[in-house]
Design a protein around this ligand. Sequence first.
Ligand code: HSE
Length: 322
Amino acid sequence: MGSGIGKQDSISMSDEWVKIAAPATTSNIGPGFDTFGLAMSEPCDIIEGRRIDSGFRITEISGSGSDGIPTDPRVNSVSIAAEQVLKRCGADFGMELRIKKGIRPCSGMGSSGASAAGGAYLANILCGEKLSSTEVILCAAHAEDVISGGLHADNVAPCILGGFTIIRSYEPFEVIRIEPPKDLGMVVALPDVMVATSDSRKVLPEEVSVKKLVFHVGNASTLVYGMMTGDLGMIGRSVKDAVFEPARARLVPYLKEAEKEAMSNGALVSFLGGSGPCIMSFYDGNTKIGDNIAESIKAIYADNNMKCDTWVTKPGIGCKRI
Ligand code: HSE
C-alpha cells in the first residue's frame, strides 16, 4: 500500500466523500510579484475526495475549461498536491477525486492554484489534519512548480489561508496573513483569451533596474499599510507595477482600454490579475457599484467582438469544507 501517484489501483477500501471549496485568488497585485496574494469569495473550484486503498484516481472533471484538464493523476495539480500531503503524513492510503472547475484554467485567477491548494487541503482533512497550514501550502506550491513552470506560492497561500498574504521568503519558506479591509470590492473581468502561466513567465525580464526596484519597494510597503489599516485610497495608489504588467500587456488584448474604462466607472485601481489575462479592479464597496465596473469592461470587449466573463466579488476566507 502507499500513495504512489503513478498507481491507479482498484478500490477495495472506501471511505466517506469529503467536499471542499477552493476559491479564486489574485496574485502579484501590482508591486508584489510572486509575493502578494488575495483570496476572493468567489468563484470557487469544488473538489471531492475519499480514501481508497492506494494510488490516485480522478473519476470526474467537469466545469469551466475542464476539457483541457488531464485526468492522469501524474499531471493533475489536485492529485500532485494531494500526494505530497499523503507522503508527508506517511498515509497508507490513496485517493479518489472528483473535480468541478469554477475557475477557468489560463485565466490569471489562480485556477491551478485553487486545484493545488484544494487538493492539498482536502488530503490533509483525510489525514486527520496532521499538517500545519504552512505545510499544506508547501505541498500545493510543489504542484504549482510542476504544472506552472516555476515555484510560486502567491496563489496557493491565500487560497489556503484566506485574506491577503505575503510570502516573506521562499527559502526558508515564511508566509503571513493580513485581514484585508471588509469594504474592499473586487471586480474580475476575464476576456476570452487563454494565457498559460508558463508562457506568461517566459516574457519577463531577467533583471530590473535599481530605479524600478525602489519604485516596487515603496509601493509594496504602502500597499501592505493600506491592507492593514483599511486605507482604500492608499491601496489604490499603491497597486503599481513597473516591471511585470508592462512585459505582459501584449498578451492581453484591450488591457489598457479595459483598465481605463474601469477607472472611469468607479475603480480605485485596475490592473492585470496574476499572470493574466484577467483584469482585476478594486473599488470602494461602500460608495461604488461593482456591476458598473464589470459592465464597462464587458462593453469594451463586446465592442471588439470578444466575450468577457465578469465576477463582482470581495476578499474571502480561503478553502473550506462544504
Ligand atoms: N506570480 C505568478 C506570476 C502568478 O505572475 O507568474 C501566476 O498565477
